[in-house]
Design a protein around this ligand. Structure first.
Ligand code: RB5
Length: 144
């Protein structure tokens, strides 16, 4: 699998750093698209760079973090090849892989704690897409 791309704004920076360290312990290669400090930035700048890299097929999976996850989610899902899933709970993370084949996981750094976020990330990366009837549904995304 290609490196997991990480992106965040200032409100997601702390959690992004936590997740980066966690992915390292899992032996998972990371491409960090920033931001790289808690200085205020605009989430569309960072979200769009990450989403574009997934849309272009340069990477397979990405994780985006802002304060709530909402802004990053809105930005990411403007790209045709992106299936971005805002998951601040474990069940959504599992189902976003099984049924939606999500290729970007989005979380809110001001919504969830680091322990839950780690669990969400590990589970999201390990859970396969079920295919079958779900594949046919995803194909309909191309018709819009
Ligand atoms: C930044 O203050 C905050 O608005 C941003 O991180 C995000 O939550 C937007 O949706």
């Amino acid at each position: 699998m290609s490196p997991v791309v990480l992106g965040c704004d200032h409100a997601g920076y702390e959690l992004k750093e936590t997740i980066k360290g966690y992915l390292d312990t899992l032996g998972c290669e990371v491409a960090d698209f920033g931001t790289h400090s808690e200085a205020s930035v605009d989430y569309p700048d960072f979200g769009s760079r990450v989403a574009r890299s997934i849309d272009k097929g340069e990477y397979d999976r990405a994780i985006l973090i802002c304060g709530t996850g909402l802004g990053m989610s809105m930005v990411a899902n403007r790209f045709a090849g992106v299936r971005g899933a805002l998951c601040n709970d474990l069940f959504s993370a599992i189902m976003s892989r099984r049924h939606n084949d999500a290729n970007i996981l989005i979380m809110g750094g001001r919504v969830i704690g680091s322990e839950l976020a780690r669990e969400i990330v590990r589970t999201w990366l390990e859970t396969p897409f079920e295919g079958g009837r779900h594949h046919q549904r995803l194909e309909k995304f191309c018709a819009f």
